[in-house]
Design a binder for this molecule. Structure first.
Ligand SMILES: Nc1ncnc2c1ncn2[C@@H]1O[C@H](COP(=O)(O)OP(=O)(O)OP(=O)(O)O)[C@@H](O)[C@H]1O
Ligand SMILES: [Mg+2]
Length: 500
């Protein structure tokens, strides 16, 4: 053991139902460092942190905090040692108000036992302001977007003045400017001696904000170093066990007829004068920062919003789309973002979840291919490397990323002429990301017109023939996929350059 470490988890073993998930794991975290915990989906990251957080108990091993061996009996013990946990699965209570969530289990009371509502609201406001979030503390959480729920989790950790904050994929639902704010805050916390354990599949974030890292592979530590001593490619290789190619995935090929043509599409306050085409076989990407109007644009195209003007043509026919069923009839499919929050049923097993119908309308319209449920599952389990003890386990026993894989697999079966993917690789490890993109490329090769929405320009550059960059509701630049650089995309996405 390293005597100086603030935290050492030593020789940790953990099995679920006799299946070993952590094997002799040791990790050391120093005062005031941001330590990345890395590994593929199912490698054991959340389990290790759940042990530190008192949610699970190790079968063997010790936790040493500030030189003292401690036992994390339950989450409250862990909190009492100054550890806060921002969970991968959002852990806010929808039926409570924002401030009630912030102070849950630690309500402020006066000496007569009355809760001090106004005081809690004031402190909530203070912290949300630091995060640049503008919501009323008395709002019910159920009324909020996913990104705000994630912000409340983060705010709660800040409130409790922790010495160690565990952040398990804190940025999945955050927009770029929110990520910036979070990173600025993390750097400030670090200056005050707070340590952070940071889990993410966004390797660029890791490189930017972390000082040290530990990589888990199949429940074992396979590397631990200072960040600046290692190249990201090497870290990826440690995670996946082989190198993952960084090359572009597509070849240029001749496209077919225009499948979708959009003219002067406008929805005041959201997007303005949008014009683009997507041909059969073409993959078109839309990227930008928060508030760029991209999601609203495609919600309109898909009939979730009705108040827009302009023209939509599908295979040369002018269509009116004011309801999703019209979009489906016209041959469009949309793979929504925030899939997990809406699309998983915890009590059902993996196969049931994969064949589940938040997609009922797709099935009615005959859009699902005829593979049997079991075949479909086997195919994607192998393709996307879905780690599941057995397909009859309930889905909540899977790691977060493996749950995502199950959901995305379901959507990859959508058999529409024009397919829109909103944020398809959220929470998914680098190896499987590539598989998913490869699948999307093969859909295009079969003649589908494909649209990908993503805030991660480096990712979509590899799969798109054409990229549109949006800023405040307008398309500010259009690139052929191979000519765009990340920097250039960024300068159009921030509005510092326009008109290309
Ligand atoms: N409560 C549980 N019961 C049974 N198995 C579990 C349970 N929790 C986790 N597992 C299994 O432990 C393994 C590690 O899961 P864990 O959630 O720690 O992975 P992870 O590294 O956090 O992955 P991800 O990046 O997908 O979040 C997985 O194979 C998972 O199925
Ligand atoms: Mg996890």
């Amino acid at each position: 053991m390293s005597m100086s470490s603030f935290l050492s988890m030593e020789n940790i073993h953990k099995s679920f139902n006799h299946v070993p998930v952590l094997k002799n794991v040791t990790i050391n975290v120093e005062h005031g460092e941001i330590h990345a915990l890395l590994g593929e989906n199912g490698a054991g990251k959340s389990t290790l942190m759940n042990i530190l957080g008192g949610v699970h108990h190790p079968d063997e091993g010790t936790i040493v905090l500030n030189g003292q061996t401690v036992e994390m009996v339950n989450p409250r013990t862990s909190q009492s040692y100054g550890i806060s946990f921002i969970h991968q699965e959002l852990n806010v209570v929808s039926d409570l108000r924002v401030y009630e969530n912030m102070f849950l289990g630690a309500e402020l009371e006066n000496k007569f036992g009355f809760v001090k509502v106004e005081e809690m609201c004031r402190r909530t406001n203070e912290i949300l302001a630091q995060l640049g979030v503008n919501i009323h503390p008395k709002t019910y959480v159920r009324q909020l977007d996913t990104s705000y729920k994630q912000m409340i989790e983060i705010a709660r950790a800040l409130l409790h003045k922790s010495r160690l904050i565990i952040m398990d994929e804190p940025t999945t639902a955050l927009a770029e400017h929110e990520v910036r704010r979070l990173f600025a805050l993390m750097k400030n916390l670090k200056q005050t001696g707070v340590s952070i354990i940071y889990i993410s599949h966004k390797l660029k974030e890791i490189e930017e904000v972390c000082d040290t890292y530990t990589v888990l592979r199949d429940g074992k530590v396979v590397g631990s170093k200072r960040m600046k001593d290692e190249h990201l490619d090497e870290i990826t290789k440690l995670m996946v066990g082989k190198s993952v190619s960084e090359d572009r995935l597509i070849e240029s090929h001749a496209f077919g007829q225009v499948a979708l043509e959009v003219k002067n599409l406008t929805h005041e306050g959201f997007f303005k004068d949008i014009n683009f085409t997507v041909r059969k076989g073409e993959i078109v990407g839309f990227t930008g920062l928060a508030g760029d109007g991209r999601t609203e644009l495609f919600e309109s195209l898909f009939g979730y919003r009705k108040k827009y003007t302009g023209q939509i043509k599908i295979f040369d026919r002018v269509v009116t789309i004011k309801h999703p069923t019209q979009a489906l009839k016209a041959g469009m499919g949309l793979v929504p973002k925030d899939r997990k929050e809406n699309a998983i049923i915890k009590d059902l097993n993996v196969i049931q979840n994969m064949s589940l119908s938040s997609m009922a309308h797709f099935e009615k319209a005959g859009f699902i291919k005829g593979k049997t449920e079991r075949e479909k599952f086997n195919f994607y389990q192998q393709k996307l490397n879905i780690k599941v003890p057995n397909p009859k386990t309930t889905i909540d026993k899977l790691s977060g990323g493996n749950q995502q894989k199950v959901v995305i697999a379901k959507w990859l079966e959508v058999n529409a002429d024009i397919i829109i993917f909103d944020n398809p690789t959220q929470g998914i490890d680098v190896g499987a990301k590539r598989e998913i993109y490869q699948h999307i490329v093969s859909l295009a090769a079969q003649g589908k017109a494909v649209i990908i929405l993503s805030s991660e320009a480096p990712e979509i550059r590899k799969v798109c023939h054409t990229i549109h960059v949006m800023y405040q509701g307008e398309v500010t630049a259009q690139f052929a996929g191979e000519e765009a650089t990340d920097d250039e995309i960024m300068s159009y996405a921030t509005g510092s350059k326009r008109g290309r």
